[in-house]
Write a protein that binds this ligand. Structure first.
Ligand code: CMC
Length: 427
């Protein structure tokens, strides 16, 4: 059968070059330009990789025009509403949802692996008080490579899966320890009688010694609805194909570096305001706006080409429609409104921004819709989570995505060091 091809013509020399067109199972066709330099002596130029597919992947699919996101072919809405984060982790790692017995084994193993070496705890404690938890978290995960150096030599699928389960289990503990260090209070060890998500809330909230805050009515300090909401947030963050942090993980992984060092690099990439750091910035911005009456003024600033002010939580490189994760969170926010006593002032400002922006010509023309970070900050605030922990929570959810993408790279027959070229404009 004849392959579809794409022909480039150099209008200077009138030479034409043919390249294969590759078809995935879904999404746009891809022109295979891997021999472009060899054939033409030229490079392609694509700042920010807006038109470049960097790998083949069967993990996550996004249709940015439709606003659709699938993990291993399963819609994100289905996972957030009807499955737990641990089931989602299992799905990403194994390609299928677990049976109840597989889930039980997976859950128990993660509980037992949630502890960290005491020396790693000492390292965390050596950071200055008030250090940002993201900085401690990135360093802690990088340091984990010294405690599990053997993963550098992982040669088969079973060993890699163990490496993956280990990091997924330990990330919430390192994040919670980082948080408590940033507050200058003693850490709380994991409680293996609690589920993955409940345990994380417990490690953040409990008093030294592990007792929970006493309430007048004797109710449990960690409400079921809070666990459900945070669990859905983890699920919605679990993977997002070749975004900046995942591309960073794959780039570092492509050099043959230790997997946990690659994950640590992903954590650093995620921290920026244009990426995972946006959830912290959204709340800071809502607080700065301060009142619904100021919203118009800030919308005008966001539209002004001479002002570098941007509406945080709006816009996305891939979504040119409502971010499906944002849609799921908006639904969750509405469900939680009464039960969690959401901060009404922030929500009022957020709703006003959304209402104006969705009708405004500037945002419509550029297809700027609210993204996941626009809603997650308000929900996390309602869960009484301090703002510096918003991006670490994104990290906890995304770790499974990073590690799954890394394993896919390691198993790929196309494994190659990432090494782009440049258009030199110097002396
Ligand atoms: N507010 C105002 N204008 C915006 C915004 C915004 N939030 N985002 C994009 N624009 C404008 C931008 O000024 C440009 O206008 P013009 O064509 O007139 O120059 C146009 O829209 C295209 O913007 P871009 O920067 O070329 O788009 P990009 O694909 O490179 O950037 C983005 C995507 C997410 C970095 C950007 O939309 C942004 O900075 N948003 C705010 C930060 C944010 O919410 N980030 C979280 C992303 S979702 C979480 C994740 O998956 O990481």
């Amino acid at each position: 059968m004849k392959k579809d091809t794409f022909t480039f013509t150099n209008n200077k020399t009138n030479e034409s070059y043919e390249f294969d067109i590759l078809e995935g199972t879904r999404g746009p066709s891809v022109v295979d330009i891997s021999t472009f330099y060899k054939k033409t002596g030229m490079f392609t130029y694509d700042v920010g990789y807006t038109s470049t597919a960097s790998c083949r992947s069967d993990i996550t699919f996004i249709d940015g025009e439709k606003g659709e996101l699938l993990y291993r072919g399963v819609a994100i809405e289905e996972l957030a509403e009807n499955h737990t984060y641990l089931e989602t982790c299992y799905l990403l790692l194994n390609g299928n949802l677990p049976t109840s017995e597989e889930l039980l084994d997976f859950d128990l193993e993660l509980r037992h692996r949630s502890f960290i070496d005491e020396n790693l705890k000492h390292l965390i404690n050596s950071f200055p008080d008030r250090a940002h938890p993201m900085s401690i978290l990135a360093s802690g995960v990088s340091a984990l490579s010294s405690f599990y150096y053997e993963h550098l030599e992982d040669t088969n699928e079973d060993m890699r899966q163990e490496m993956a389960r280990r990091i997924i289990a330990k990330i919430p503990t390192i994040a919670a320890f980082s948080y408590r260090k940033s507050l200058g209070i003693p850490e709380i060890y994991p409680d293996i009688d609690r589920s993955f998500t409940e345990n994380f809330l417990y490690m953040m909230r409990a008093y030294p010694g592990g007792k929970m805050k006493r309430t007048k009515d004797g109710s449990n300090e960690i409400k079921e609805i809070e666990v459900k909401a945070l669990d859905a947030i983890f699920t919605l963050h679990a993977d997002h194909e070749q975004n900046a942090s995942t591309t960073t993980v794959r780039t570092v992984g492509s050099t043959g570096a230790h997997p946990y060092v690659a994950i640590s690099a992903g954590i650093s990439a995620l921290w920026g305001r244009a990426h995972g750091g946006a959830n912290e910035s959204v709340i800071a911005q809502l607080e700065m706006i301060g009142d619904v009456k100021n919203v118009d003024k800030f919308i005008e600033r966001a539209k002004d080409p001479n002002d570098n002010f941007r509406l945080m939580g709006f816009g996305h490189r891939v979504y040119k429609n409502f971010d499906p994760r944002a849609r799921a969170l908006k639904k969750l926010q509405d469900q939680l409104k009464d039960e969690l006593n959401l901060d009404s002032k922030l929500m009022e400002i957020a709703s006003k921004i959304e209402e104006i922006a969705l009708k405004d010509e500037y945002f419509i023309k550029r297809k700027l819709y609210p993204n996941i970070d626009f809603y997650s900050g308000v929900i996390l605030t309602a869960l009484k989570i301090d703002r510096p922990m918003f991006t670490p929570i994104f990290v906890i959810g995304r770790t499974v995505g990073w590690v799954t993408q890394l394993m896919e790279l390691q198993q790929s027959s196309e494994f190659k060091i990432t090494r782009p070229r440049q258009l030199y404009i110097g002396k």
